[in-house]
Design a protein around this ligand. Sequence first.
Ligand code: AMP
Length: 426
Amino acid sequence: MPFEALGLSKPLITAVHAKGYITPTPIQTEVIPPALRGLDIMASAQTGTGKTAGFTLPLLQRLNEKARAKSTHALALVLTPTRELAAQVHQSVLDYGKLLKLRSAVVFGGVNIGPQIRQLSHGAEIVVATPGRLLDLYQQKAINLSQIEILVLDEADRMLDMGFIHDIKKILNLLPKKRQNLLFSATFSNEIRTLAKGLLHNPVEISVAARNSTVTAIEQVVHCVEQPHKAQLLSHLIREGAWQQALVFSRTKHGANKLVKLLALDNIHAAALHGNKSQSQRTKALQDFKNGAVKILVATDIAARGLDIEQLPQIVNFDLPNVPEDYVHRIGRTGRAGATGHAISFVSMEETRLLRDIERLIKQTIKREKVEGFQPKTQPIAPAKPLVTKNNSLKPARNSPRPSGSRPPHSYNSKRNTGNRTEKGS
Ligand code: AMP
């Protein structure tokens, strides 16, 4: 089905085509028509499904038919959990709305509030915001929410995970009762359903990927490795596979910093992205990664939420996440919009239980793959018993290490391979 069939106006279709998109993704096909009719929507969709265009396009079209926002007012409010996601959503608003005369603003914390106050003073039809900064601006009377007609909650589950529920409730109380609401969430926990109940009126429910299922376009593999050898293994895979870009997940901020330093010793340029970095450092790390100046981005779960990095080929779980659902979120950063991605997990004996929890959640056994020179001395980690291997046909990851018998892996300076290279702490 082409974009034209969804009821979008010419300028929007032209802007979408200019981005190189020919056909809508499933979430766009499902969300755009009812959203254009002004209905409330509750959509289950992860990052990588094209959800941003799914709500941005109808938002732009509906606002284009309405009056302009008065000074300090806004007509549509998009709430996101993180600064990065706010910036990305705003970029989509600018890209898709480039042929319309709508005004938009993005506001988030960690940067000077002055320019945001000045921008809002003229009024903006669309405001994209993180909850905390929006409330700051409201208290300073820099934004008036009484003209809001459309509210979008993007990555609502993340907002709740990050403790924004009180801020969200405060914001909801400041909005006019009659409005259109669009709620997007990767998962629908009971907490999200409670929030949705008080927020949405007869919503159209849309789901494009089964809850907690992983996308088939992602090839997943586990390397069993002793914790102190993980950094060395990563370095080896990057070199042997000539990786151009990979997002690496670390459980802790301290671990992320440490890994960046270890990779630097091996002349691999990496950057860390986590909550202790200033906004300018975070923006720079992301920019450098996107333009290729930095090959490896080492991030914690919170910092990586909602990152839009197109067609990321490689995800590495340097540490397994404590919460199995985070595994699904993490690997959702690869294999996006039709491209195949690879998700590699480094699993130490201490993480056996976490791996089993993940396999139970995704109802899939992840293929174990040996890397010569890095096998742990202990027995390899067997899959959880009740699982049936659904994915026997998994091919080895592209750029995956050479098979055993070929050249030995270590280009890494073995003097640096001391036993204290664990990534715990922080
Ligand atoms: P999102 O889930 O909104 O973060 O989007 C994931 C990625 O898919 C982004 O890089 C978009 O630019 C891209 N994308 C969005 N819509 C389409 C489409 N219809 N066809 C191809 N790529 C798309």
